[in-house]
Design a binder for this molecule. Structure first.
Ligand code: DLL
Length: 440
């Protein structure tokens, strides 16, 4: 750790808060934010009125379950500023997310909201063992995406030396990791894999450089992907979760025990619901994560349905932190596709693929229609040293991968082994699924 001042010592101790006190604090904050949203956000007030609810009806934490949900469409329908809850003069920053379809969403921060964001990023990075002695290269995109600036200010608050690289120019990113003696990287896991490959092309072995940690998020990644990253670069990988609507990166992050991500519960209240019925599920059960911002005043989000699937881990963590954890986000409910009646998540295909020796995390999933039936094609790159002119050997590998996918998903897919470096590498969030079906 860097110099521990009274201020940052207090911030770090929030991770070790007495759970009973935390619940009391959450209730006070919840009552205040619900009142603030009711008084200042028309959409929230009209939904509460329809349900004949008033802010004073939140008497206990479990009363939150009575309140209406918010969804991404609410941000789109009120684009750009319809959910802002403070005068514009109090807003110091906007971020936006382009979204895959339709209108982008816009999110806003007051000065205090930015402080909360920096604080959670700082707590996460400190929990990963990073300090002012580190040189952290931030290769999340800077700009309207929350990844770059979110990571940047958190790392700066830590006192680390920040290299604001943003995404792209991969050759130079690798050069800088070597020349500056970068000790930690922050980027998407798929981009880091691209950096490992680029380093290899340049004859640089990342395992021999000072780089020792990576803080990866913004997209789902499997345990298999983590293994490839940790082995390929000789680093310790940390999962970080967040979303623009709630704050950006830093809603939750892994500690060095790597057993789920600690959620900063003093600022973000988590619930898990059954995505079909909306019913709140007990800790430990998997469902859709719903988040309520307890400290964000420019644009409070009450019961925001993230679409991300996970579970709350309430058992104490070996690290001693008392704030609860959420499990790795394996997928989003809207990423799931149904092929011939079988539900499939892209992460299942990634796990099945990476379970086979000689595969790489460079793959794409193409959904297509043939004779009126939905089908899946998986294009996968093998490690260059696995490529052989021996057709029988190649067919054997192909069959091995196909049956691994079949045993995990229950589906027979069309598997194509494609030449190395033919699948586009991502500089941010990787696009894995290409839906070319005629009727979706
Ligand atoms: O991706 C914020 C972020 C930046 C998080 C950098 C972590 C690191 P959005 O663009 O709004 O914000 O996308 C949010 O990305 O709802 C998840 O579906 C997905 N996501 C984010 N982190 C993870 C993760 C940023 N660690 C959406 N694992 C979220 C899996 C993740 N999915």
């Amino acid at each position: 750790m860097g110099r521990i001042t009274t201020d940052n010592c207090e911030l770090l101790s929030k991770d070790f808060i007495d759970p009973a006190y935390l619940r009391e604090m959450q209730l006070c904050k919840l009552q205040s934010i619900v009142r603030h949203a009711y008084e200042n956000v028309g959409l929230f007030r009209s939904r509460m009125d329809k349900l004949k609810l008033k802010p004073c009806d939140v008497r206990e934490l479990k009363d939150l379950a009575k309140l209406p949900f918010m969804k991404k469409t609410d941000l789109r329908d009120t684009y750009p500023f319809g959910l802002f809850a403070v005068p514009k003069s109090e807003i110091v920053r906007l971020h936006a997310s382009s979204g895959t379809t339709g209108k982008p969403i816009v999110v806003a921060y007051t000065k205090d909201d930015i402080n909360v964001w920096n604080e959670v990023m700082y707590r996460g990075l400190a929990g990963a063992g990073l300090s002012k002695n580190d040189i952290i290269q931030v290769s999340y995109g800077y700009g309207l995406f929350t990844g770059g600036l979110g990571a940047h200010y958190g790392a700066e608050m830590l006192g680390a030396t920040v290299v604001p690289a943003s995404g792209g120019n991969t050759r130079r990113q690798v050069m800088r990791i070597r020349d500056f003696g970068v000790t930690a990287m922050m980027c998407t896991p798929s981009y880091f894999l691209h950096l490992i490959e680029e380093a290899d092309r340049q004859g640089i072995d990342l395992r021999e450089l000072p780089i020792k940690a990576g803080v990866f998020g913004a997209e789902p990644w499997t345990a298999g992907m983590r293994e490839r990253i940790e082995q390929g670069a000789g680093i310790e990988a940390f999962d970080i979760y967040g979303l623009s609507e709630i704050i950006g990166p830093g809603v939750a992050m892994e500690c060095r025990k790597h057993n789920g991500m600690h959620i900063y519960e003093d600022h973000f209240y988590p619930e898990i619901i059954d995505p079909d019925t909306g019913e709140v599920l007990p800790d430990g059960e998997t469902g859709e994560l719903v988040l309520t911002t307890l400290s964000k005043y420019a644009m409070p989000m009450i019961r925001y349905r993230t679409r991300d699937l996970t579970r709350i881990i309430s058992e104490p963590c070996e690290c001693g932190r008392t704030i609860r954890r959420i499990d790795r986000i394996s997928s989003r409910s809207d990423d799931m596709f149904i092929i011939r009646g079988v539900n499939v998540f892209p992460s299942q295909i990634e796990s099945a693929l990476l379970a086979i020796e000689g595969t790489t995390p460079n793959y794409r999933i193409i959904l297509y229609t043939e004779n009126g039936m939905d089908n899946i094609q998986v294009d996968a790159e093998l490690r260059p040293d696995m490529i052989s002119s021996d057709a029988e050997k190649m067919e054997k590998i192909r069959k091995k991968i196909s049956s691994s996918i079949e045993s995990i998903t229950g589906l027979r897919v069309k598997l194509k082994l494609v030449d190395p470096n033919t699948i586009a590498r991502s500089e941010g969030k990787a696009k894995r699924v290409f839906d070319e079906r005629t009727a979706k």
